[in-house]
Design a protein around this ligand. Structure first.
Ligand SMILES: [Ca+2]
Length: 332
């Protein structure tokens, strides 16, 4: 004979199951089918049982606090980076970065930060705190406008660059010669949380941001036929120069995205990074010197010069004639 289960117990059991399910879904990010990969993710509390953060290395000016990882402080000439130690072996994945950039100045600040997926890690360099001629991709959040020419855009500017190790990032052109896409963004000194997402799925690279505090992704760029190998490392770096900002990373979360059987079988470790869509590399051409005069200015100055010469000549002739007259008077 069965004992009847009290109604209160049933309600409690269903309640516990419901909360457990909700917790599971929330811990797995925006899409419940995508699983956060702990070994590639940097989340609070950062410190493990021992010294440092498990699976992550730091470099340069990087400081770890209880609430954020500060790549650079709002101080001149700093350079900091943070790198995941475990290579990414998934063909499809998404990286979500919770970041914050703050500073005391309103108009002059810099230089910016970059999110990396590269072959080499922990190498200092001139590209926002990491090495140039890198292999992989860089998502660059450039806050300082070096370039003031005809191809100018507003800053901060978010752009992506794919490199097979042969191209150099040109700061004088804010990387416009080598980027595969970009968008203007405003993320400095926000009172709310700011996020970036980099999704690599079926050889499509998509960069999105959530800067308006509405918990929705806005697409910045999407490029098809982007070839990237497995086995590269995720990192973030930042730099300050004469101008500065605090560049903080609050979290970096990597999610696995479903891959087909074929994709899982394919050996993608030897792929050379490339993108079919590309701003073709161009030679660096210097801007005309600011001291160079415009055509109109040159014309006016030339005209003045001629007038002065004519004036001198006429004056000289008149003086000469007067002296001649005077000398004639003396003889006669
Ligand atoms: Ca710049």
């Amino acid at each position: 004979m069965f004992h009847s289960v009290p109604l209160g117990w049933l309600v409690t059991i269903w309640g516990v199951l419901g909360w457990a399910w909700l917790g599971l879904v929330m811990s797995q990010g925006m899409n419940s089918r995508e699983f956060m990969k702990r070994e590639h993710s940097l989340v609070k509390p950062y410190q493990g049982s021992g010294f440092g953060i498990p699976n992550w290395d730091f470099q340069g000016s990087t400081m770890v606090t209880g609430t954020h990882v500060r790549l650079t402080a709002d101080t001149q000439s700093q350079q900091g980076a943070i790198w995941n130690r475990i290579p990414i072996l998934m063909p499809n994945w998404e990286l979500q970065v919770h970041f914050r950039v703050t500073g005391t100045t309103k108009d002059l600040f810099g230089d910016g930060f970059a999110i990396w997926y590269t072959r080499d890690r922990m190498e200092n360099g001139p590209v926002f705190g990491s090495k140039d001629m890198f292999s992989g991709f860089a998502i660059i959040a450039d806050t300082y406008s070096n370039h003031n020419g005809p191809h100018n855009h507003k800053h901060p500017y978010l752009s992506a660059m794919i490199n097979n190790g042969t191209m150099s990032y040109d700061h004088d052109r804010d990387g416009t010669h080598t980027m595969i896409g970009g968008c203007e963004v405003k993320f400095r000194n926000m009172q709310h949380d700011t996020f970036l997402a980099v999704r690599y799925e079926n050889e499509v690279l998509t960069v999105s941001h959530d800067l308006e505090n509405d918990r929705a992704w806005t697409q910045c760029l999407q490029v098809k036929d982007v070839k990237l190998p497995t086995g590269y490392y995720i990192g973030a770096s930042a730099t300050t120069g004469d101008l500065s900002d605090n560049h903080d990373i609050i979290s970096m979360k990597v999610y696995e995205i479903d891959a087909t059987e074929e994709q899982l079988k394919e050996d993608r470790s030897h792929i050379n990074p490339s993108s079919t869509f590309f701003q073709p590399p161009r030679d660096h051409v210097d801007d005309p010197k600011p001291s160079a005069m415009s055509g109109f200015k040159t014309f006016v100055l030339l005209l003045l010069g001629v007038l002065v010469c004519v004036g001198c000549l006429v004056g000289g002739i008149m003086i000469y004639q007067k002296q001649q007259d005077n000398s004639r008077k003396r003889f006669y």
